[in-house]
Design a protein around this ligand. Structure first.
Ligand SMILES: NC(=O)c1ccc[n+]([C@@H]2O[C@H](COP(=O)([O-])OP(=O)(O)OC[C@H]3O[C@@H](n4cnc5c(N)ncnc54)[C@H](OP(=O)(O)O)[C@@H]3O)[C@@H](O)[C@H]2O)c1
Length: 305
């Protein structure tokens, strides 16, 4: 198992590979999910030694947290890390709310659903338009002082909003959209985070499954965020990644995940999973050691994104 990583300036440590759980109980986001599968996904992660479970109120409007709470009762609490998030206000059409009182209530509600007395990482899931970000973070700092949370995160904040939120140096971690096919964060965000000892967790690391290599040219319509030209380039790049993966007796997804694990700008990669077998396969990325040349080759294959 790879070395553990420390989250920002907090005392939280975790494996560099975690589990994204928006398909665990996320019935409001995805069709055809079954709670039982979700439970198996969480069990598979914990049984494989993955320590970080990334959830949110928004995944099933609390259902993902409830499932995690149920499954984790059978595991040693000191051996895994829960990250959760809140902002969507159920009393206002799920509009983002960063009001200090709302965030504090959200922490308490999440603790109840998760059946635990602390949450390792708590993120403000989305910024709202009205709350000064330093005030929102100050509310979470009080929760940290009370021992209810251990590290403070923000998600989907612009760089200016992150700067404002981190005015007193209280932000430990940022979660944002980033993958080999979506690399905007590298230019300005990564240098700021490094200077300020803030950890980074990318979401959509597998580009919602595209970077597993399971889709073909004919599936372009499923990925409308890419032009036809971009999609073709991704398919060609994945053919090259497959050659690298083959040398390690690994899958394309494992090689891609190994690339994030090897990237010093990324703290924890949290691929989502629909079924337990995907988790069992993805965790093997921890055993794939890309050479420097392979790391650089994958980097340059996706350099235009
Ligand atoms: N902070 C935020 O605003 C935010 C936003 C989005 C996500 N997130 C978090 O980030 C996590 C990761 O994002 P994501 O799950 O949406 O996208 P992702 O990690 O890019 O893709 C995950 C999906 O890829 C497929 N997959 C995973 N492993 C596979 C394998 N070995 N073989 C074949 N297919 C595989 C599965 O979907 P299928 O089987 O259905 O193809 C899985 O649900 C989420 O779970 C969530 O915790 C946070």
């Amino acid at each position: 198992m790879a070395e553990s990583v420390k989250i920002g300036k907090s005392d939280v440590t975790t494996t560099p590979l975690g589990l994204g759980t928006n398909k665990v109980g996320g019935h409001n986001l995805f069709d055809g999910l079954k709670d039982e599968n979700g439970k198996q996904v969480v069990k598979a992660a914990l049984d494989s030694g993955i320590s970080l479970l990334d959830t949110a109120y928004m995944y099933g409007l609390g259902r993902s947290e409830e499932i995690i709470g149920e499954v984790t009762q059978n595991y040693d609490r000191s051996k895994f890390v829960i990250a959760s998030k809140a902002a969507q206000d159920p009393n206002n059409h799920l509009e983002p709310n960063n009001d200090p009182a709302f965030l504090k209530k959200s922490v308490d509600d999440a603790l109840n659903r998760l059946q635990t007395d602390y949450i390792d990482i708590f993120y403000i899931h989305f910024p709202d338009d009205k709350t000064p970000k330093a005030e929102a973070v100050a509310a979470l700092a009080e929760e940290k002082k009370a021992g209810k949370i251990k590290a403070i995160g923000v998600s989907n904040f612009s760089l200016d909003q992150i700067r404002e939120a981190n005015a007193d140096g209280q932000v430990d971690i940022v979660e944002d959209n980033y993958s080999l096919t979506h690399r905007h964060a590298e230019k300005a965000l990564f240098p700021y985070l490094k200077q300020n000892q803030i950890s980074f967790v990318p979401y959509f690391p597998l580009a919602s499954g595209l970077l597993t290599g399971k889709y073909t040219q004919g599936d372009q319509g499923k990925f409308s965020q890419f032009s036809a030209d971009q999609y073709t380039k991704i398919m060609k790049a994945l053919d090259q990644v497959k050659q690298i993966a083959d040398k390690h007796s690994a899958t394309v997804a494992q090689a891609i995940l190994a690339w994030y694990i090897a990237d010093p700008d990324i703290s924890v990669v949290i691929p989502g999973a629909r079924i337990a077998d995907q988790v069992k396969s993805n965790v093997k990325a921890l055993d794939v050691q890309l050479s420097k040349a392979e790391f650089e080759q994958i980097d340059s294959l996706f350099s235009e994104f």
